[in-house]
Design a protein around this ligand. Structure first.
Ligand code: NAP
Ligand code: GDP
Length: 316
């Protein structure tokens, strides 16, 4: 008889699918996992959100559902990112409180850090100044999760916390060129360039730097946070500062994984976005010194293989 019912909002997305895969082997006997999508409930509606909670009676929630996108989707829809995510987060956390959920782990992002800052950035700095203008809507809405967590914690004693992952990629990502993040975008582009014998076009200068995390590594860390991390303040889930790579480095790894031999060009008329958001993973390392991240090369290889194997059904 499961003692814990763990509801995962956004359970059909990149991170949700990775948690589903990891939970299949690492689930404990007293845990029942429920993965839901927008087809189960539109979380921008308080009524639908409450109906979902009343249906499943979760004791624990991993809250992933959000309007998500790469730089170019954010540039176009800042207002929608703000409004949709504010509604979703307010509804989910309110329903967690009203229905007595024991613990809720929500998801922030290193994209929401201040633009003008010293590096590396740590968990204490997320509210220290305006975010990069390219994704201000997403960023301010995500920052409010931390405000809500603090409010529910201080006013009602709720165990609500959040994690701050860097740029995530892996199987089940959104490979759409306009909407998705950089690695799935590069993978889709090289796939097409190889098939059609056309140049592979990387947007921007290729010099911005990012710490990438493989979705399956992030999923294993989520399970640890759910079970072991008991602070209400957020924790950065990231590879180390030395593992930060340029967009050019990442593009070269995609080229290598496909064994692509064609022409590679940079379209510098496209935005570079924020130059870097280097995050310090010291808080994580203090608690989990032995956690092993998959190398970015290996993770890109596996994701490329997944995309080739699932081309017909992949989001693109
Ligand atoms: P994703 O692949 O785009 O998945 C988004 C999920 O949210 C889907 O399951 C989607 O359901 C659900 N959703 C969206 N709008 C909804 C609504 N109104 N009601 C109910 N469900 C809704 O996103 P992801 O990359 O897995 O991101 C998961 C979390 O990680 C998000 O909170 C995101 O901000 C955070 N994060 C992502 C990255 C990254 O690089 N991807 C980096 C840092 C943090 P449908 O499938 O039905 O649409
Ligand atoms: P960010 O990490 O939040 O800025 O978002 P992205 O994952 O979208 O990464 C954006 C960075 O990758 C910028 O420097 C873009 O110029 C660069 N980039 C290069 N090619 C692409 C592409 O095909 N898609 C996306 N989304 N970004 C690209």
């Amino acid at each position: 008889m499961p003692g814990k019912v763990i509801l995962v909002t956004g359970g059909t997305g990149l991170v949700g699918k990775a948690i589903e895969q990891v939970s299949k082997t690492e689930s404990l006997p007293d845990e029942k996992w429920v993965f839901v999508s927008s087809a189960d409930a539109d979380l921008t509606s308080e009524e639908s959100t409450m109906a979902l909670f009343e249906k499943h009676h979760p004791t624990h929630v991993i809250h992933l559902a959000a309007m998500v996108g790469g730089l170019f989707r954010n540039l176009k829809y800042n207002l929608d990112f703000f409004r949709n995510n504010m509604k979703i987060n307010d509804n989910v956390l309110y329903c967690c409180y009203k229905t007595g959920v024991e613990k809720c782990v929500s998801c922030l992002s290193t994209c929401i850090f201040p633009d003008k800052t010293t590096y590396p950035i740590d968990e204490t700095m997320i509210h220290n100044g305006p975010p990069h203008d390219s994704n201000f809507g997403y960023s301010y809405a995500k920052r409010m999760i931390d405000v809500l967590n603090k409010g529910y914690n201080t006013q009602h004693g709720c165990k609500f916390t959040s994690v701050i992952p860097t740029n995530v990629f892996g199987p089940h990502d959104n490979f759409n060129l306009q909407d998705g993040h950089v690695i799935p975008g590069l993978i889709n582009k090289v796939y097409c360039s190889k098939k059609e014998n056309t140049p592979f076009v990387i947007w921007g200068t290729g010099s911005p730097r990012r710490q990438f995390i493989y979705s399956l590594d992030l999923a294993r860390l989520f399970l640890w946070v759910l079970r072991e991390y008991d602070e209400s303040s957020p924790i950065i889930l990231s590879v180390g500062e030395d593992d930060e790579v340029s967009i050019k480095d990442a593009a070269e790894m995609v080229v290598e994984a496909f064994e692509f031999k064609g022409e590679v060009v940079y379209d510098t008329s496209k935005s570079d976005g924020q130059f870097k958001k280097t995050a310090n993973n010291g808080k994580l390392r203090e608690r989990l010194p032995d956690f092993e991240f998959t190398s970015i090369k290996q993770a890109i290889k596996e994701t490329v293989q997944w995309f080739i194997d699932n081309y017909e059904t992949a989001r693109k």
